[in-house]
Design a protein around this ligand. Structure first.
Ligand code: S3P
Length: 184
């Protein structure tokens, strides 16, 4: 299937399925996939938890912003972002210019269950990861909502179903005009 329009940018909380849905979209569309976490990880030559442990979150955020800047190329791609990409306004502005922003949302309990399946989320290595997740979820939802063109609730969908839902919604998005509030 060919996409006629800008890049597809996936945003959303940890556990929303951005990486696996990105891979489904890559397969279905034939577009190249770029993943900010993968880029940062390969720049440092270590995993995301190791980067947080050895260099701290600020260094990670700097490298993440650099990865977004490097993605600003006039080529249609699938862009997968880390959950915190919306924390920096510069990232938000660049991503909006790159393509259609697709917010993978979901019910908080489901997202937490998925995010905590593997111990690869440094931000959840706290005494009470459930509470930490809830605080991040509350703080981020309006940031995702503000920038999203399209929202997909992933709670009860498989990755394949989410990717089909995205492609069907994108068929209805006019890349030249952004709606003031995200489509549902
Ligand atoms: C983060 C999410 C992670 C990763 C890093 C920080 C966040 O990516 O970028 O651990 O701030 O929410 P995923 O959203 O793919 O888990």
């Amino acid at each position: 299937m060919k996409i006629h329009g800008p890049s597809i940018v996936l945003i959303g909380m940890m556990g929303a399925g951005k990486s696996s849905v990105g891979r489904c979209l890559e397969r279905r569309t034939g577009l190249t996939l770029l993943d900010t976490d993968e880029i940062v990880s390969s720049k440092f030559g270590m995993s995301i938890p190791e980067i947080f442990a050895k260099h701290g979150e600020n260094k990670f955020r700097e490298a993440e912003a650099k990865a977004v800047r490097a993605m600003a190329i006039p080529k249609k791609t699938i862009i997968v972002t880390g959950g915190g990409i919306v924390l920096q306004q510069e990232n938000v502005e660049l991503l909006r210019r790159m393509g259609v922003i697709v917010w993978l949302d979901g019910n908080e309990d489901t997202l937490f269950a998925r995010a905590s399946r593997r111990r690869n989320r440094p931000l959840l290595q706290t005494k009470n990861p459930r509470r930490t997740f809830s605080q991040i979820f509350d703080a981020r939802r309006s940031l995702y909502a503000d920038i999203a063109d399209v929202r997909v609730d992933t709670s009860v969908l498989t990755d394949e179903e989410v990717s089909v839902a995205i492609l069907s919604k994108l068929g209805k998005v006019n890349p030249g005009s952004r709606s003031p509030s995200p489509a549902t």
